[in-house]
Design a protein around this ligand. Sequence first.
Ligand code: NAP
Ligand code: F7E
Length: 333
Amino acid sequence: MKKAFITGISGQDGSYLAELLLDKGYDVHGMIRRSSSFNRERIDPIFASHPNKKNLTLHYGDLADGSSLNRLLRTLKPEEIYHLGAQSHVRVSFDIPEYTGDITGLGTIRILDAILETGINTRFYQASSSEMYGKVLEVPQKETTPFYPRSPYGAAKVYGYWITVNYREAYGMHASNGILFNHESPRRGESFVTRKITRTLARIMAGKSNELSMGNIDAKRDWGYAKDYVEAMWLMLQAPEGDDYVVATNETHSVREFLDIAFGLVGRDWNDYLKVDPKYFRPTEVDLLIGDSSKAQKKLGWKPKTSFKELVTLMVREDLKLEGLDPDRLMKL
Ligand code: NAP
Ligand code: F7E
């Protein structure tokens, strides 16, 4: 039985990846940080109903605490490490830039160095991001496109990317960067734009809200489905050698288009609810992202399975259910 260690297991991707690895028969260990209120709502359902739930174990630790990372790796000796933990909110990274650098940037070197220090034989996945392309220097963006980050988050991820490449080259580690473009799901954090839209829409439909406050709705993103994307992470660690891969849908859509589809599904017009609030604008914005994932397709056999419209539909559907509403009655499909 292969053993995997996941940082960020309580997050959107961590929960989908844990399910995928349990499905594949792995012994899955996840690191969670202590908080004053429960932060396990995405993984509790796995403990409740996954057929292999006995193979899932959680451990306390923190990306700021190198000694906890060393201890966990020394005792667990996982064959695969998926490093997903991060302060992952771009807008918030402007408010807490030093913390973001510490957790999102230095967190990566703490794990890589713990691997080196403990001498364990493992494969390493780094959750790199399309935010590294920032003010894009090429369209579409691929593995060879130079980086131009536009936020403390993007800059921290550039550090994580290069230190992963460096440890691969310096110490012969099987270490890979997945440069993932935006990916969403019903488990997406509620302050990211897609989930904010679908969550607020469901509350509007339930009569609990009549306003949607937003920032720059002209921004364009390459949006995929998180469940499809965690499969690419796993495939990278099954490849004979570590490498760097763009994971994207090769399509771009504006926030406006997301609003059109989401509100259109329930016969509403978002213009009746939208309020533009400057607090959601960023000091520097990433205007356009579109990824070319042909390398992942060719070398890993990975391609996205879920279209943009299907993604919006499944998110609206789940958020309506969360409000106790019947999607089949409300949605025009
Ligand atoms: P997410 O939902 O925000 O999850 C982040 C995870 O990191 C959570 O489990 C969080 O724990 C954990 N974490 C935060 N600070 C930590 C700390 N100090 N010590 C230990 N754990 C900590 O993010 P996601 O969307 O699943 O993304 C997963 C990774 O991919 C992140 O590194 C993100 O930056 C990167 N990424 C995401 C996207 C995307 O579109 N989703 C695209 C490219 C790259 P709590 O639950 O306790 O907060
Ligand atoms: O913003 C605009 C906003 O916060 C998308 C993270 O997972 O993906 C994510 O970063 C766009 C931006 O995602 C609101 O200005 C408008 O242009 O959903 P987001 P992000 O910044 O692209 C990358 C790949 C990551 O790696 C990150 O970890 O939407 N926007 N109005 C808004 N955004 C938010 N959050 N809230 C608004 O009200």
